[in-house]
Design a protein around this ligand. Structure first.
Ligand SMILES: Nc1nc2c(ncn2[C@@H]2O[C@H](COP(=O)(O)OP(=O)(O)O)[C@@H](O)[C@H]2O)c(=O)[nH]1
Ligand SMILES: [Mg+2]
Length: 506
């Protein structure tokens, strides 16, 4: 354990001593301790039928989360890595029941054995998928569901009032920005309030293929809408990014079968006029025709798996040269937006995993101290302050949130630069510096120097107020971090001279 995780370990020990005579509090602290060691918890949330379970399947690369309307889509379900598959239902009364691991046509079948979603607190799916090693994925029932109880289940889980959210970060799926989306995201942000705020949500503009009615340029329209949302006031403060994603296409592509490749190849080989006529609409596609040897049930199956957009795209990609099922799968995935989502999760959530988990746990300890005040707790409160202000990672998260949600005294250009430097566009060094992937050492060194001089200038100006100077110090520390990460040791020659010059009494 290192850095912030280690510091919190010490705090948790102190808290355990303080609450040694309180079994419930001790158990809670035990859970926080485990949470620090487990992978990051990433929840998929959004309104009913936003495409949550489909995107989750695409991320895992298997049809494992149910997407039909069964009872299981109304429960919170955890997907965690384990070497052998095992499914456990945690019942509302506290009991645990093992559920059978059954598959049907490649999909996992979750069978509650006659119980309803109301009987089940949550389902724990342990699954041998590599993609789950570094992240726990959590599927949640739709918020703003017709059934209030179902919505409540998600809200209690993601935005509880007296404990931290069970999720460290969320993928929030939306099709249009809706009042309930904004209200939920605000509640999620406020659940993380307290000393170590952050923006830890990303918005996914989901079912992107349907945006242009499934026309082949639908994804371009979706990209334009996402761009608009990205800068729209309300979403900007609540989500780090807005990424368009065609989940069904991604899910279909990641689980593409040989027989499906053959079907696309057959469509691709049809005479152009016949093909265009067939693909003009869903109705046309499943109509009786002599134009193709694909039976109507097979065509229906293709539609269910890929949507009309996916069917059109699949045929176009085969015509464009996808010669095998794996080539087709790769090209479909590239179009779906899935890679952008994966990249975002890696850059913004996984790379900050320790800080995001720390934030959740610190908030938990804070709330416990509020809920059950005790003499001697002051030491722990002070410890929380110390860890929060001493951890550069946590200060970066807080600053990012501040830059996103409130006006600062910085010029718009400086605010944008600060946001990038603290990792708002990705946590790797080049992204922070706003340099291309192939930037050479010289460019990096120059940019680092330039940034240090600029931000020290603001920080030390007599016109700069105290909060802005504090903000500058976080930015400077981030730039120094980048310099050492990218091993441009040389920055210190000129920059060190600056430090000496600035610090010398002359
Ligand atoms: N066309 C299209 N349909 C989708 C997409 N994602 C999900 N769906 C369909 O929408 C329905 C609801 O999807 P699901 O993932 O269960 O939504 P959830 O309620 O948010 O979990 C299912 O019938 C999916 O096949 C998508 O990207 N494109
Ligand atoms: Mg679902």
């Amino acid at each position: 354990m290192s850095g912030v995780t280690g510091d919190i370990g010490g705090l948790l020990d102190d808290a355990r001593d303080l609450y040694a005579d309180d079994a419930a509090a001790s158990e809670l602290l035990e859970r926080y301790d485990r949470r620090l060691r487990e992978p990051l918890r990433l929840a998929v949330a959004g309104m009913v039928k936003a495409g949550k379970s489909t995107v989750l399947n695409a991320l895992i690369g298997e049809k494992i989360a149910p997407t039909d309307a069964g009872e299981c889509t109304r429960t919170v379900t955890w997907y965690r890595y384990a070497r052998t598959a095992r499914i456990t239902a945690h019942l509302t009364g506290g009991a645990e029941v093992r559920l059978p691991v059954t598959r049907s046509e490649g999909s996992l079948v979750l069978d509650l054995g006659g119980r309803t979603a109301d009987d089940v607190a949550w389902i724990d799916v342990e699954w041998p998928s590599e993609s789950l090693r570094s992240t726990i994925l959590i599927d949640t029932p739709g918020i703003a569901s017709l059934s209030e109880e179902v919505s409540e289940r998600s809200l209690r889980f993601l935005t509880p009032t007296s404990s931290p959210s069970e999720a460290d970060a969320i993928l929030y799926l939306l099709r249009h920005i809706h009042g309930s989306d904004v209200r939920f995201l605000e509640a999620f942000r406020d659940t993380a309030a307290g000393v170590s705020q952050t923006v830890n949500a990303v918005a996914l503009l989901s079912r992107a293929d349907e945006i242009g009615s499934g026309r082949i340029d639908s994804l371009l329209s979706a990209a334009r809408i996402a761009e608009r949302y990205r800068h729209a006031g309300e979403l900007r403060a609540l989500a780090l990014e807005c990424i368009p994603v065609a989940g069904l296409l991604a899910e279909g592509a990641r689980t593409l079968r040989e027989s499906e490749y053959s079907a696309f190849a057959e469509l691709a080989s049809l005479d152009r006029v016949v093909r265009d006529r067939m693909l003009v609409s869903v109705d046309r596609f499943i109509r009786q025709t002599d134009g193709t040897t694909l039976s109507i049930p097979r065509r229906r199956e293709l539609l269910a798996r890929f949507g009309i957009f996916g069917v059109r795209l699949g045929a176009a990609l085969v015509r464009g040269g996808a010669r095998t099922s794996s080539e087709l799968s790769e090209r479909m995935i590239a179009q779906s937006g899935l890679v952008d989502v994966q990249q975002f999760v890696a850059d913004q959530f996984r790379s900050r995993g320790a800080a995001l988990k720390a934030r959740s746990v610190l908030r938990g300890i804070e709330l416990l101290l509020e809920d059950k005040p005790k003499p001697g707790a002051g030491r722990i409160t002070a410890g929380i302050e110390r860890v929060t202000s001493g951890s550069h990672d946590l200060r970066e998260l807080a600053l990012l949130s501040e830059l996103r949600s409130s006006e600062t005294a910085l010029t718009p250009a400086d605010a944008a630069s600060a946001e990038r430097l603290v990792g708002g566009s990705g946590t790797d060094g080049l992204a922070r510096l706003g340099l291309a992937d192939d930037a050479d050492l010289d460019q990096i060194r120059r940019r680092v120097d330039e940034m240090l001089v600029h931000w020290r200038g603001i920080s030390e100006s007599p016109l700069t107020d105290r909060p802005t100077a504090d903000l500058c110090r976080v930015v400077i520390r981030s730039v120094e971090g980048v310099a050492s990460e990218l091993a441009v040791g040389g920055w210190s020659d000129s920059a060190a001279a600056d430090v000496v010059a600035a610090g010398s009494p002359a």
